[in-house]
Write a protein that binds this ligand. Structure first.
Ligand code: PXL
Length: 281
């Protein structure tokens, strides 16, 4: 019996706006993965939309331990455990419990330390929650921070962000915790017109940059898209830098396609018609 790589995806579901589960699940499925959502919350839409009293948020923290217990009873095993946007320190404790229950030799643990963007933490990310995210990320095999999140993980000022390759290499080394975890640092640009990721691969100790053409807009949910493609590719056996290159190019093509169609930026990228590019024939 050979089954598809199985992923526990610890994410919220935001009904409108293309992020978290509505991105992670289709992308991993297209790449041949079986995605099992362990839902943290149910929202009407992602939080980048303007605040509205009509926005709904249902906290599902109370379901998480019971879901894990049922999965354990069913004898479910996972090839990867992937977490993203989180709401509370309590959820992080539950993920640590989940690692204790389900992490085995060879389980790939990816923490996307979603905490902020453009130099600022998201409004729900308190210093305490950022500290706990740092603890969680310390247990990961791979992390996929953007530059804002890297600064928060390193407790550096965003104003002191490295601007050149040498400085980025130093941050990548530090983010690797002495080579213990792989790092895909997103939103990195080494020259005008190109953007992508700096990668530290703990398997080789090497740093490489995976770049693609920069499109003139930034869409919500592209961090989730990037991390999901990286994970899907790694579960197919691709090395980290190949996985990151695939992700950088896919996100660029989704952004270009969406810009050509002209839909609102807050609705995220129209990745759906391009999912076929991720499939292996
Ligand atoms: O893309 C990360 C993310 C996930 N889930 C929710 C969000 C965001 C980013 O803003 O609001 C609810």
């Amino acid at each position: 019996m050979k089954r598809a790589p199985r992923i526990a995806a610890i994410q919220d579901i935001s009904g409108f706006g293309r992020c978290s589960t509505t991105v992670v699940l289709p992308v991993l499925a297209a790449m041949g993965g079986e995605c099992c959502p362990l839902l943290t919350a149910c929202l009407s839409a992602h939080t980048a939309f303007p605040a509205s009293e009509k926005a709904t948020f249902l906290d599902l923290t109370g379901q998480m331990a019971g879901t894990a217990a049922h999965w354990a009873e069913l004898g479910v095993t996972f090839d990867a455990i992937y977490s993203g946007f989180l709401r509370s320190a309590g959820q992080i404790g539950l993920i640590e419990d989940f690692y204790r229950q389900f992490r085995r030799e060879g389980t790939l643990v990816l923490v996307d330390p979603v905490m902020g963007d453009h130099g600022k933490p998201y409004r729900t990310y308190t210093p305490e929650l950022c500290g706990r995210m740092r603890d969680l990320a310390a247990q990961a095999d791979v992390i996929t921070p953007n530059l804002t999140e890297a600064a928060l993980l390193l407790e550096e000022d965003y104003a002191d962000l490295p601007r050149d390759e040498e400085g980025l290499r130093a941050w990548l080394e530090r983010l690797s915790l002495d080579g213990r975890r792989s790092v895909v640092l997103t939103g990195v640009s080494l020259r005008p017109g190109a953007i992508g990721a700096g990668c530290f691969d703990r398997a080789t100790g090497r740093i490489r940059f995976a770049m693609a053409r920069q499109e003139p807009a930034q869409f919500p949910g592209t961090g989730d898209l990037f991390a999901s493609v990286v994970l899907g590719a790694m579960l197919r056996g691709e090395p980290l830098e190949t996985a990151a290159q695939r992700a950088a190019e896919f996100v660029q093509r989704c952004a270009a396609h969406t810009l050509a169609l002209g839909t609102p930026v807050l609705e995220g990228v129209q990745f759906e018609p391009l999912l076929g590019e991720l499939m292996q024939r």
